[in-house]
Design a protein around this ligand. Structure first.
Ligand SMILES: Nc1ncnc2c1ncn2[C@@H]1O[C@H](COP(=O)(O)OP(=O)(O)OP(=O)(O)O)[C@@H](O)[C@H]1O
Ligand SMILES: [Mg+2]
Length: 311
C-alpha cells in the first residue's frame, strides 16, 4: 500500500523574470517500507519537490495538485495540523548541515528541542533521548558530544547529527536531501551504511545526484529532468536497461562508466524548450521531439519513461 501519493504536483515560483516551473506535473508514489531514490542534475527540482511534501516553501509559492499521506491531503491541512506531521510523521534531513544546525545551541539541546516539541517529554527525558539518538547514529562518546556546539563537529559528524535529529521522533517517512554531499569518500561510505540501517522498515525519499549512492540504498529510482519525471523503475532496471536518453547520459557520466558528460546545459525553468524538454541535448532527437511533449508511460512491467522513441 502506498504511504504517500503525489498527483499532478506543480510548484511554481513567481519571480521578476517570470514563473520558475520547478516541479511540473509530477506523479509519484512511495509504498510502506520503500526507499525511493530521486535523482537528476542540479536545479532540476529535487529539493523543491521534497520541501513541498512537508510544506516548507515560502508563502508566495504556487502549489497545485495533491499530496496524500496516510489518507490526509497535506496541501489542504492548516499550518497547525501540518506542524504535527512535520518532524513527527515525516522528517526531512536537509541538504546542508552547516546552515541547518544552530551554531549557538549545543548539539544535544537541538535534538532535545525537536523531541520535546513532538513527544511532550520533559527537558531531562528529552536530553536523555537525544543522547540515545546520537549513540544510534554512532557518534562516539555521545554524552560528552551532546554538550558540544556544531562547530566542534566535522562534516561527517554534523551529517550524523542531522540524521539523528530527523529520526528523533521515529517518523514513518524520511526525506533525505543529499546527505552525502560534500563528504569525502570514506565518510560517504559510512553515511550510506548508516542511512541504510536507519531507514530499515521505514519509507524514504532519497534525493541525490550521486547514482552510485542511490544504487546502494534505493529499491526504486525516479529520474527528474527540468521539473518533470522522465524515468521510473526498479533500481536494477535503471542501471541494466535505462530507456530514456537522459538516464543513459546520466549513467555514462559515472566515473565507473567513463565520466562522459551530457552535452549542453539544463534548460531554464522559466523558458522551457518546446516538445521534449531534453531534445536540445539529445543525440537521438528527431523533428517530432521538438514539437510533441511525451507522457510518462509504462514501457515494460513497472518501468516508465517519457520519450517518443518508445511510443
Ligand atoms: N524560492 C525560489 N524562488 C525562485 N526559484 C527557486 C526557488 N527555490 C528554488 N528555485 C529554483 O527551482 C529550481 C529547482 O531547485 P532545486 O533546489 O529543487 O534543485 P535541485 O534539483 O535540488 O538541485 P541541487 O542538486 O543543486 O540541489 C532551480 O532552478 C532553482 O533556482
Ligand atoms: Mg537540492
Amino acid at each position: 500500500m502506498s504511504l504517500l501519493t503525489i498527483t499532478h504536483l506543480k510548484v511554481l515560483f513567481p519571480t521578476q523574470d517570470g514563473v520558475v516551473k520547478a516541479v511540473n506535473t509530477v506523479d509519484l508514489k512511495i509504498a510502506n517500507a520503500e526507499r525511493l531514490g530521486l535523482i537528476g542534475e542540479t536545479g532540476c527540482g529535487k529539493t523543491v519537490l521534497g520541501l513541498s511534501i512537508i510544506r516548507l516553501l515560502q508563502p508566495s509559492t504556487k502549489i497545485e495538485g495533491e499530496i496524500v499521506y496516510k489518507g490526509k491531503e497535506l496541501l489542504r491541512l492548516s499550518e497547525e495540523e501540518m506542524r504535527k506531521i512535520r518532524g513527527k510523521e515525516i522528517a526531512m534531513i536537509l541538504q546542508n548541515p552547516t546552515t541547518s544546525l544552530n551554531p549557538v545551541l549545543k548539539v544535544g539541546d537541538q535534538i532535545a528541542e525537536a523531541i520535546q516539541l513532538h513527544q511532550g517529554l520533559d527537558k531531562r527525558a528529552a536530553k536523555e533521548k537525544a543522547i540515545e539518538m546520537l549513540e544510534s547514529v554512532k557518534i562516539p562518546s555521545p554524552e560528552k558530544r551532546a554538550n558540544e556546539y556544531p562547530h566542534q563537529f566535522s562534516g561527517g559528524m554534523k551529517e550524523r547529527v542531522m540524521i539523528a535529529m530527523g529520526l528523533a521522533c521515529n517518523p514513518s517517512l524520511i526525506i533525505a536531501d543529499e546527505p552525502t554531499k560534500g563528504l569525502d569518500v570514506t565518510i560517504k561510505v559510512q553515511i550510506v551504511k548508516l542511512m541504510k540501517e536507519v531507514s530499515r522498515r521505514k519509507s524514504m525519499l532519497f534525493i541525490t545526484h550521486d547514482l552510485g549512492v542511490a544504487a546502494e540504498i534505493c529499491d526504486n529510482i525516479a529520474v527528474m529532468y527540468a521539473g518533470e519525471l522522465v524515468e521510473y523503475a526498479k533500481t536494477e532496471d535503471i542501471f541494466k536497461n535505462p530507456f530514456h536518453p537522459y538516464t543513459r547520459g546520466f549513467l555514462n557520466s559515472l566515473p565507473s562508466r567513463g565520466l562522459k558528460q551530457i552535452r549542453g546545459i539544463s534548460p531554464s525553468l522559466i523558458d522551457l524548450p518546446t516538445g521534449c524538454r531534453f531534445h536540445p541535448r539529445c543525440d537521438q532527437a528527431s523533428a517530432k521531439c521538438k514539437i510533441d511533449h511525451p507522457e510518462l508511460v509504462e514501457i515494460e512491467n513497472g518501468h516508465f519513461a517519457r520519450c517518443l522513441l518508445y511510443t
